[in-house]
Design a protein around this ligand. Structure first.
Ligand SMILES: C=C(O[C@@H]1C=C(C(=O)O)C=C[C@H]1O)C(=O)O
Length: 105
């Protein structure tokens, strides 16, 4: 139980949430890396239609969970942009190695 009257208690609880978040981000990062070799080009890596789907779903889940959808959307857009940057680097690395291999999209 968090002692909501103590800043130290609240920060300890935030630290615990952050540990969970970073574990989940590591899992998400591994999945995004696995998507890179399956894509034909930069447009497929960026996949703007998919980004909008992910953001819309996160907004709905935020509302259902009692979070602020606008805050969650801002976090998601920043997170996805960071993953796209990483995926672009990964995609380039894979293409440099084997330009014709494994591309389905
Ligand atoms: C992982 C993908 O690649 C990119 C990263 C996304 C994400 O982090 O959710 C979504 C779409 C793409 O911009 C994908 O196409 O699903």
């Amino acid at each position: 139980m968090v002692d909501a009257t103590s800043l130290g208690g609240i920060r300890a609880a935030i630290d615990a949430v952050d540990a969970d978040l970073v574990r989940l981000l590591a899992r998400r990062e591994r999945l995004v890396r696995q998507a890179a070799p399956l894509k034909r080009d930069v447009q497929a890596v960026q996949a703007p239609g998919r980004v909008e789907q992910v953001v819309a779903r996160a907004r709905a889940q935020a509302a259902a969970a009692g979070a602020d959808p606008d805050v969650v959307e801002r976090i998601y857009r920043a997170m996805i942009q960071a993953f796209i940057d990483m995926e672009l680097t990964e995609h380039q690395r894979v293409m440099d190695r084997s330009p014709d291999k494994g591309v389905i999209e």
